[in-house]
Ligand binder design. Structure first.
Ligand code: FAD
Ligand code: NDP
Length: 475
């Protein structure tokens, strides 16, 4: 402990990454300070402790996604003789929002209690700003400042939704995921702008809840993911009722009697439609403005605002670290921010030497037909190893329970294997419970298992996952 400083370690930002650092450091008896402050969205939406994931990210998103999936089962319930279920019953938005917010507030309370009662943690519900390499200014909601000092500083301020710069009043005329999960009025006919994780997940569950949803896609679906599967996701969403407008972006958005008149140009022709809600999901920007980074000499990418950190999470100022969504080149996922925080504390205080590895991280896109993957996409593997050096195994299948109510569409899986050594380098699964199925294959890929190892595994019958250890057809 260095008595020169008030804190051994001070964390700015109490989300997935920041809270992990606080937890791990306090367990080692360190004097830990945390500043976490939520700047309201342009519509004034605010939330409690825990950062993006439990408040306006993973958790409320998954609850709404699951609600839409539960709605689907109405058809199977009717087909299998459950009485009193109307497969065409309407969904009540307010009931869902209240339930989601009840669960979110439960998580907030758990965090609040822990932050306030744990020895060694001092929590400030204040905006943090760097003053010098060991001093942080803490500003409360009334603009009052105090200053604290720390030996190490960790910046974990996350990211916030981006807005286009060329549409007047866009922040007032649209909502983002920051507003959606606590929206007081049902979204109604919705235009979702964007075509990646957030856009497709939200469009998927809004369609499932019964809304008229259109996705406006600038270029491709799910950039960076296996494109054959991305297109299959799009096809499945179309079957489920989501509409797509591809190859364009809104050219203007206007308020007309409380509705949104959206114009866009497609094939040289201007087109228009009127929506109740426009949900922007065009990516996220690092929340690093006004953090005092430049003044202290912490390097950032001028365009994206993201902090530049090395593999050991150190910024250009050696005692200042940065983790999670606010760092350039990191995967923007909760478990990566958490593992990164754990490893940082191990390195700082317990002679750890492991750095966070961002390759072969399993992930799932919670679209109506879920997509889990780990390792290379077919495009990335082809680019790196050459098509002639790969074996691509695929399988198309229908889950048993889909036959009850004749669900349309099919599931799909793909394994990418290097011919040279038979090692599986990519796993892709499009089907029910993708996150649950994919997690175990994350271990398969990490252990560099061979296709022959998978062939030696006896499947679990009847299941969808048995398809994945019996793939014999290659493209
Ligand atoms: P955050 O969790 O964003 O926390 C940063 C905190 O710092 C916030 O509380 C912020 O208010 C605070 N802060 C900012 N500036 C200051 C300041 N100057 N002073 C004090 N406090 C400050 N990931 C998954 O793994 N699975 C999912 O299913 C998933 N779904 C998602 C769905 C949506 C709609 C979104 C938007 C994201 C989703 N993510 C998902 C991504 C995941 O939420 C983020 O990657 C993760 O929360 C990042 O953690 P973090 O600690 O870097 O930042
Ligand atoms: P992404 O950065 O992943 O995608 C942005 C999307 O918006 C792309 O489709 C992009 O199209 C499009 N876009 C960008 N600019 C514009 C514009 N000006 N007009 C129209 N479209 C535009 O952002 P997301 O918000 O979807 O997700 C952020 C991160 O959050 C993800 O990377 C992920 O790590 C995390 N997340 C994880 C989830 C999970 O684990 N299930 C769920 C949700 C989020 P183009 O391809 O043309 O650039």
């Amino acid at each position: 402990m260095n008595p020169q400083f008030q804190y051994d370690i001070f964390v700015i930002g109490g989300g997935s990454g920041g809270l992990t650092v606080v937890d791990e450091a306090q367990k080692l008896g360190k004097r830990v300070g945390l500043a976490d402050y939520i700047k309201p969205s342009p519509h004034g939406t605010q939330w409690g402790t825990g950062g993006t994931c439990p408040n306006v990210g993973c958790i409320p998103k998954k609850l709404m996604h699951m609600t839409a999936l539960i709605g689907e089962i109405r058809h199977e319930l009717t087909a299998t003789g459950w009485q009193g279920v109307d497969p065409h019953s309407k969904h009540n938005w307010n009931t869902l929002v209240n339930e989601v917010q009840r669960q979110v507030k439960g998580i907030n309370k758990g965090n609040d209690d822990w932050l306030v009662t744990t020895n060694g943690i001092t929590y400030y519900n204040k905006l943090g700003k760097l003053k010098d390499d060991h001093t942080i200014e803490l500003i409360d909601k009334d603009g009052q400042s105090e200053f604290v000092t720390a030996e190490y500083i960790v910046i974990a301020v996350g990211s916030r939704p981006s807005f286009p710069t060329d549409i007047p009043n866009v922040k007032q005329l649209t909502i983002t995921s920051d507003d959606l999960f606590s929206l007081k009025n049902a979204p109604g006919k919705t235009l979702v702008v964007g075509a990646s994780y957030v856009a497709l997940e939200c469009a998927g569950f809004l369609t499932g809840l019964g809304y008229d949803v259109t996705v406006m896609v600038r270029s491709i679906l799910l950039r960076g993911f296996d494109q054959e599967i991305a297109e299959r996701i799009g096809e499945f969403m179309k079957i489920s009722g989501t509409k797509f407008i591809r190859g364009t972006i809104p050219s203007s958005i206007e308020d007309v009697d409380g509705k949104r008149l959206v114009k866009w140009v497609l094939n040289g022709q201007e087109q228009t439609d009127v929506f109740d809600t426009v949900l922007l999901a065009i990516g996220r920007s690092a929340d690093t403005q006004n953090l005092g980074l430049e003044q202290v000499g912490v390097e950032t990418n001028k365009e994206s605002g993201k902090i530049i950190a090395n593999d050991a999470d150190s910024t250009s100022v050696s005692n200042i670290f940065a983790i999670g969504d606010c760092v350039q080149g990191r995967l923007e996922l909760t478990p990566t921010a958490i593992m990164c925080g754990k490893r940082l504390i191990k390195r700082l205080y317990q002679n750890g030497n492991q750095i966070m590895e961002y390759s072969d991280v399993s992930t799932t896109v919670f679209t109506p037909l879920e997509y889990g993957c780990v390792g290379y996409s077919e495009e990335a593997a082809t680019k790196k190893f050459g098509k002639e050096n790969l074996k691509i195994f695929t399988s198309e299948f229908t889950p048993l329970f889909w036959n009850f109510a004749n669900r349309k569409g099919t599931c799909y899986s793909k394994l990418i294997v290097k011919k040279e050594d038979d090692v599986v380098i990519g796993f892709h699964y499009l089907g029910p419970d993708a996150a649950e199925v994919t997690q175990g294959f994350g271990v398969v890929i990490k252990l560099k298992a061979k296709k022959s190892d998978l062939d030696n595994v006896v499947g679990i019958h009847p299941s969808v996952a048995e398809e994945l250890v019996q793939m014999q057809t290659w493209k």
